[in-house]
Design a protein around this ligand. Sequence first.
Ligand SMILES: Cc1cc2nc3c(=O)[nH]c(=O)nc-3n(C[C@H](O)[C@H](O)[C@H](O)COP(=O)(O)O)c2cc1C
Length: 172
Amino acid sequence: MSLTVSPSQAGRPSFSTREFRASLGMFATGVTIVTARAASGELIGLTANSFNSVSLEPPLVLWSLARAAGSLPALSTGSHYAVNILAADQKELAERFAAKRDGRWTDVAWTEGAGGAPLLTGAAAVFECFNRSRYEEGDHVIFVGEVERCNHRADAAPLLFHGGRFYTEHPL
Ligand SMILES: Cc1cc2nc3c(=O)[nH]c(=O)nc-3n(C[C@H](O)[C@H](O)[C@H](O)COP(=O)(O)O)c2cc1C
């Protein structure tokens, strides 16, 4: 008689990091800029496409942040952040908030949201979140936000990201 013992650990990955990235890139996403106001008053914002919905009741969303990200200290400790879902005409902001930190906020129009988080004018949708919980996994931290307020522009065309390039929608 042979006993089947279920493994307690994953096997070693059978693929390269390059293959993993390319495979993940086949999952087309929207693009967000997650924003917050640091305790020092500094405006925080970075481009993130790891956003997803979690729960309707209570209303929860998630996104993940690299442990190496400069925004991690402010976002981990702050009480609130906003997830700004970008419209197609905000591609330049998506690129800017993924590049060097200096000057990200130059000439950016925003209004103040819950906990002081800046809400980007012209975003396709905005989720104002209480910073409910964080889970360290691998080289990222998963943030779960409890949505206190949200709104959207019904007429907005969303910015999309797929295989390292930006797109907008094209109905089939
Ligand atoms: C389309 C796109 C999506 C991205 N998504 C994420 C993400 O979900 N999480 C993350 O940590 N970085 C993501 N990045 C990279 C960050 O935007 C980039 O590393 C940024 O410089 C981090 O800013 P910070 O160091 O000020 O925190 C993404 C970049 C692009 C262009």
